[in-house]
Ligand binder design. Structure first.
Ligand code: CA
Length: 227
């Protein structure tokens, strides 16, 4: 696959978990624990990487229906999601993803603005952004789970990101680490770069239509800084 950015890119819409933070192992562990406590005894923590990007409440509804045949109300799902948030918080602070700061530096050098597009509503990580990546994601350039009706893989989060960037969709790239996130970016009609920072193989991202695939953030950052 030839690696080349389209001409005239002005904004990058950047996912958070697994791109800016090495937080996915913590998410997988807290999902696994949560569902175990709710009576799902046989889940595999790696499975949760597949649902990455979905709104937490949607993942809860899907798993409880599939594993326990249980229908849940929105209120119940939100309450259960608060428990998951709590489990996640107790695992400690997720570290910035190695290479992410260099990626942001590279984008800045190319004159590309940054917008956060995350399915998370996790206050702890959202607060850390100002500390770890100062100036890159001011509040007016963030799309979180609280700003959209439909989570990824629906195109809505990335379409909202294009609005916040204030540019044409053809001037935007998406940076994602999750198959459902790539699906969301492509459904929004955007040039989508996949960085495979978790256990999911590159082929899965090809199947989702990723325009470029990098094996980790460090190699993506190096490539960007050498354009
Ligand atoms: Ca992600």
């Amino acid at each position: 696959m030839e690696k080349k950015l389209p001409e005239g890119i002005k904004a990058a819409l950047i996912d958070m978990d697994g791109v800016l933070y090495d937080s996915m192992p913590y998410h997988a562990r807290s999902w696994h624990q949560l569902f175990f406590d709710l009576g799902v005894k046989n889940s595999n923590p790696d499975e949760y990487y597949l649902y990455e990007g979905m709104k937490g409440a949607d993942t809860i509804g899907m798993i409880l229906k599939r594993e326990l045949g249980k229908e849940t109300t929105e209120e119940e799902r939100n309450e259960i999601y608060a428990r998951k948030t709590n489990l996640f918080k107790h695992l400690g602070d997720a570290k910035p993803m190695p290479g992410a700061a260099d990626m942001l530096k590279g984008l800045k050098k190319l004159g590309i603005n940054t917008v956060l597009v995350t399915g998370s509503a996790q206050g702890t990580l959202l607060n850390s952004l100002n500390r770890d990546y100062p100036g890159f994601f001011p509040p007016e350039r963030r799309v979180t789970a609280l700003d959209v009706k439909n989570g990824k893989p629906h195109p809505e989060p990335y379409l909202r990101g294009v609005e916040k960037a204030g540019v044409d969709p053809s001037e935007v790239i998406v940076i994602e680490n999750a198959p459902l996130g790539v699906r969301s970016g492509k459904a929004a009609g955007l040039f989508t770069i996949a960085v495979t920072t978790g256990p999911i193989p590159a082929e899965t991202f090809e199947e989702e239509g990723a325009d470029m695939i990098f094996p980790n953030m460090i190699s993506f950052a190096e490539w960007l800084n050498n354009i």
